[in-house]
Design a protein around this ligand. Structure first.
Ligand code: ADP
Ligand code: MG
Length: 634
């Protein structure tokens, strides 16, 4: 027997709007974005955003734009009502930010909403209020020319949504991001953002895009910008890309605008990565501010409810345009010199040798490592005496390097007798720690061969060991930090002058929210207004690592964890991150002294076999295993 067919009914407008609201209005920041775009479309040149309690209590956007006629107010909040397009053809010539006519309908459905507006040729303004979709008004009211919209108690009638609101700081981070995307795209307009009565941004109108970038992202970024301009037919690409020394662990600081609309596009993100290939380490992303201007007809902006994604008629051509423009520019720019001189004049406290240049970077780290080893090692007369011993000592229980040398060269058919280096299979020379053998534990000699600048090969009582240098060093640093932390002995170093670090909004809120946690691990930070935090002390163990870089890495770690970690886990995560950052990397050539110290430290670890992420630090081939593989066991 068949079940009775269910009744099909037309959903009430309120439900339809709530469904639409779910798509367009995800959180307070979405409201801010929609209202700001409306103000821009209305031709306003002064726009003020006031937020209370991260937007949960109040979002108010006031502008001096064209206003709305009193008799049109009710229509403005009706679904699919818009003044921006008339028919489907218009969809392909949209020059406004909005056109779907959904935003005000959606917002007023899920909040307590007031809209006041006055056009230039009316003597008074008019006001409507909407309480969870129920309209009253319009009533006459006094107000300046322009429009002011207040959204109170967002999601008050959709409790599930309301519950999903995060802390004020987090929501404010998203709001600030939404704000700056619009403010960035429209430098010729004055924008202001207030939170709980305090001005966070007050951006004077400017002709110069760099000034707006400066106001939003600070000096370090704005002074590293390289201007870009390039044409391809009627497509214009212009803006700035930051010097490679300004790079991040995610792509959040890659702003791309299409006809003044902030968009995200994977392919174009990829083009940026390609353009910077070889200039950045893997996993790092460039900082860019770029604008595409093109006829509306060659791009479809109606493929995403928030209009964050678009579809290009000829995506391949746009990709090549972007990549080509940047490559050409980089070829004509001496990036190395730029970094040096910019670094010197801007922040004299900055370590002068620091730059994106990989070898410089590893030099610094090398120095840190040396310093650190000096501090950590118990003063052993043996060690000191042997620092300068360049004779490879051949003793029982030790890898015989002399033999190894010759063997390697005999295989290659060469005739040299005492080479210091042997070409590895990929052309990277192997590296011998033959100059500083030293004593560990029960007086046993340790020496190792570094291969591919990544692995250390050595032996212990049981057999042959292949050690991952980065994983091992990371483990050592991690345990050290953790012990100090548990013993409440994190030594902190106060900076002579606190360092102001300018962050992306989401980064700033994550760091500020974690202030206490960071204090526990020896990092003293405080909010400094806007998206800037002030660092006044760092853990001594991190040596010369730049506070700014440390804070950025921490922000990235916190954002990735997205508040889902308990404080303990979060601390642990941060220790991992710091250890990972401070450790030698795969590809770093180590001095014999460093190799020796690493191997010595290995014996002090609780778990020398795994890096903090759980990867093994060493592979062991026991004597038995070797014998078996060489067929000696019969
Ligand atoms: P859309 O922006 O897609 O047209 P909205 O729901 O955001 O849809 O707005 C509906 C209409 O209300 C707009 O088309 C516009 O005519 C009017 N409007 C909204 N905000 C403003 C504003 N700040 N100033 C003037 N008119 C506005
Ligand atoms: Mg709109």
């Amino acid at each position: 027997m068949k079940a009775t067919a269910p009744q099909i009914t037309q959903l009430p407008v309120g439900v339809i709007n709530k469904i639409a609201a779910g798509e367009v209005i995800e959180r307070p920041a979405s409201v801010v974005k929609e209202l700001l775009e409306n103000s821009v479309d209305a031709g306003a040149d002064r726009i003020e955003v006031a937020i209370e309690k991260g937007g949960a209590d109040l979002i108010r956007v006031a502008d001096n734009g064209c206003g709305i006629e009193s008799e049109q107010l009710a229509l403005a909040i009706a679904p699919h009502a818009t003044s921006k397009i008339l028919d489907a053809d218009d969809l392909f010539s949209v020059s406004t930010m909005g056109f779907r006519g959904e935003a005000l309908a959606s917002i007023s459905e899920v909040s307590q909403f007031t809209l006041r507006s006055r056009t230039a040729d009316s003597h008074a303004g008019a006001e409507i209020t909407v309480d969870g979709g129920k309209l009253s008004g319009p009533h006459p009211c006094g107000c300046p020319v322009g429009t002011s919209i207040e959204v109170r108690n967002l999601f008050f009638n959709t409790p599930v949504r309301r519950k999903f609101l995060r802390t004020q700081q987090t929501e404010m981070g998203h709001i600030t991001e939404a704000f700056l995307r619009v403010a960035l795209a429209h430098p010729e307009r004055h924008f202001k953002l207030l939170h709980n009565g305090r001005a966070i941004h007050d951006l004077a109108a400017t002709e110069n895009w760099r000034d707006r970038i400066l106001a939003l992202f600070g000096r370090e970024i704005s002074e590293s910008l390289i201007p870009i301009e390039s044409f391809d037919g009627d497509v214009r690409l212009w803006g700035f890309v930051a010097d490679p020394s300004q790079n991040r662990g995610n792509n959040k600081l890659q702003y791309l605008f299409l006809n003044r609309r902030c968009i995200r596009d994977r392919a174009l993100g990829h083009a940026l990565g390609e353009a910077y290939r070889g200039l950045l380490m893997t996993g790092r992303y460039p900082v860019t501010f770029l604008q595409f201007e093109m006829p509306p007809a060659v791009v479809d902006v109606n493929v995403h409810p928030c209009k964050l994604e678009v579809r290009f008629q000829d995506g391949g051509r746009i990709y090549s345009h972007l990549l080509g423009a940047l490559r050409t520019k980089f070829l004509a720019t001496d990036l190395t010199n730029r970094v040096r001189s910019a670094g010197e004049e801007e922040t004299p406290t900055l370590d002068q040798t620091a730059s994106y240049n990989r070898s410089d970077d590893s030099l610094n780290r090398r120095k840190d490592f040396d310093d650190w080893v000096q501090q950590q090692l118990p003063a052993s007369p043996d060690h000191a005496a042997e620092q300068h011993n360049h004779e490879p000592a051949a003793e029982p229980g030790m890898l015989n390097l002399t033999t190894f040398d010759r063997a390697a060269f005999d295989l290659g058919g060469g005739s040299q007798s005492q080479p210091a280096e042997v070409a590895g299979s990929t052309g990277q020379p192997a590296n011998f720690a033959s100059s500083a053998p030293s004593t560990v534990g029960g007086g046993q000699r340790v020496a190792a061969l570094q291969v591919q600048n990544t692995y250390l090969i050595t032996e212990d009582e049981t057999g042959l060991l292949i050690i991952d240098q980065h994983a091992l060093h990371e483990r050592i640093l991690y345990e050290r930090l953790k012990t100090r932390l548990e013993e409440g002995e994190v030594e902190i170093q106060r900076l002579l002058t606190p360092e102001a670090v300018h962050l992306a909004p989401a980064e700033a809120s994550a760091v500020i929210e974690a202030t206490e946690l960071l204090a526990d691990i020896g990092l003293l930070v405080e909010a400094f207004g806007g998206d800037t935090v002030l660092v006044s002390a760092c853990p001594v163990m991190l040596g010369r690592m730049q506070p700014a870089e440390l804070i950025r890495r921490i922000a990235e770690t916190l954002i990735e964890a997205d508040g889902k970690l308990a404080p303990r886990e979060a601390t642990d995560e941060l220790l991992h991150m710091m250890a990972c950052k401070a450790a030698v990397k795969a590809g770093d050539r180590l001095t014999p002294e460093e190799i020796t110290s690493l191997l010595e430290q290995r014996h002090l670890c609780h778990d020398a076999h795994h890096c903090p992420h759980g990867r093994p630090t060493a592979l062991v081939f026991s004597r038995h295993e070797l014998d078996r593989r060489f067929g000696r066991l019969g």
